[in-house]
Ligand binder design. Sequence first.
Ligand code: SF4
Length: 225
Amino acid sequence: MKRDASRKLLAAWLREVGVDYVPARAAAPGGRRAGGDPPGEELDAIRRELEGCRGCGLCKGRSTIVFGTGNPRARLMFVGEGPGAEEDRQGEPFVGAAGRRLDRWIARIGLARADVYIANIVKCRPPGNRVPTPDEAKACMGYLLRQIRAIRPEVVCTLGLTALNHLCGVDERITRARGRWREMDGIAVLPTYHPAFILRDPAREAEVFEDFREIGRRLSLPERG
Ligand code: SF4
């Protein structure tokens, strides 16, 4: 999605939820923002609204809604596809082998899971771990956009094809899109591979390492050997 289109999409959702002003915020060198707006209450409000959501058919098969996890003042946010079986059981995104791989990538830039924020395109598990349909992604997108608004990260890293295409409103191949910065409503977005994909094709992990180096540079994090 071009900048104007993504702005309009986000602005429409913000208007719908009564937000018409986005304050500026200060940045800290590490994973946490200094000062600025207090976004935690907003996240709690979104979480409360999500309780019992029946916005799409995925509500029928879920054990729990997987809202998102991490630092509500994070400078770096990750967006994945949707909960798998283990996430559905635990109520937390990116647990299990893919989650551990993501944690290792985060550690490469000197951060921990508690420093960043992690959410998904859809908050309920698609049956059999299938890809969410466009209608399901659309039904849930407003919650994700509001989470991004509440956290206001400096960088959003999309994990995998589904996250990139639905969040940015594009139809691209992840092999071409990864590692190339784009912008959404003033937030820098960097697509990379999904950790589950890397578990199946570890030869591509070097590309992810390069993407994380880029993120570290963008956030002015100290380079690590
Ligand atoms: S996936 Fe999103 S929109 Fe669909 S039921 Fe779950 S929370 Fe609601």
